[in-house]
Design a protein around this ligand. Sequence first.
Ligand SMILES: Cc1cc2nc3c(=O)[nH]c(=O)nc-3n(C[C@H](O)[C@H](O)[C@H](O)COP(=O)(O)OP(=O)(O)OC[C@H]3O[C@@H](n4cnc5c(N)ncnc54)[C@H](O)[C@@H]3O)c2cc1C
Length: 313
Amino acid sequence: MGGDIDIVPPAGPLARGATERKLVRADRYDRLARLIGHEELTPTGTVLMSFRVVDDKPFRFEPGHFVGIRAEVGEHGVRRSPYCIASSPNEDRTFRLLVRLVPEGPLSYYLAGLQIGDVIHFRGPSGRSMVPKETDTEVVLVATGVGVGPCLPLARHLLAQDPERSIRLYWGLRLVDDICMLDELDELARDHRSFRYAISLSQPPTGWTGLRGRVTESVPGLLKTLGDKSFCLVGNGAMTHELATGLSDFGVDERRIHEEIYFNVKHRPDPDVLEEIRERFVASDLFSPYAHQKAGLFMPETPVTASRRSRSR
Ligand SMILES: Cc1cc2nc3c(=O)[nH]c(=O)nc-3n(C[C@H](O)[C@H](O)[C@H](O)COP(=O)(O)OP(=O)(O)OC[C@H]3O[C@@H](n4cnc5c(N)ncnc54)[C@H](O)[C@@H]3O)c2cc1C
């Protein structure tokens, strides 16, 4: 995240030759919101928190925007972390956050321990909108864990614009105990035939009838075509990097792949893992050596094994 240093002119007249602009440490986490709702959604540590903005500045955001929260957390000192807004824009100046309790994440515990009425300091909303620029594509949302948070408001936003637009949400979780928000997901699917979702468990219980495995294992084989789709990948950077690389290898324009990474930002996909993911793709509607090699239309002298995608992030 960016630092907290603003360049502001010093107050009062300037002496000749004085630096006309100087760096001043400024706390830009100067917005205030009050906790108005708090719900523990899973026994594995997922909490849904609702806030009302109580300062007098405008509060506008788009799906994918986040707020930066700053708090003094005991022996850990001042902590700052971003959280994606998990609700739709509204006139009430409220927003929701879907927070995962992270053992090494003191701010997540601080947030989960807030009481109704407590006030937090934040900045934003800011970030990149997740709304695809294309208006005529099917939208594929792939989320892991609390990455599902902004996907619901994004789906609602897109369906409000075009109720017929096909939207598929694939949600990767580890355990059946991690599942939550089913009422909202089911309601959206009930109200919109063009919205469908599927949950993929990496550690499914016996008798689980949903998708199995990590989303990088379960999703590529479900994508019969790629050229007619826009993708939003949200959550663990390992998932977003691996899937984005696979999609890119199969010819998807990178401008159609939005990655929103919550952690594992610097993850570098393992070449063997990438090779396994490529094996699972079935689409061959876009030109790419991988797609045509699999379809038997393109036979390079040596098999294509290395990623074409040089990811510098
Ligand atoms: C753009 C963006 C949006 C985010 N939105 C959300 C959100 O909506 N909900 C949410 O709960 N978190 C979200 N996060 C993660 C959040 O900012 C914090 O990293 C997390 O809450 C831990 O907080 P911390 O500041 O105490 O510790 P940090 O120092 O930020 O993290 C401590 C450790 O926990 C790891 N970590 C962070 N999140 C997870 C996770 N979900 N699962 C496993 N390990 C994790 C980090 O990689 C790090 O190693 C987002 C992060 C980014 C960059």
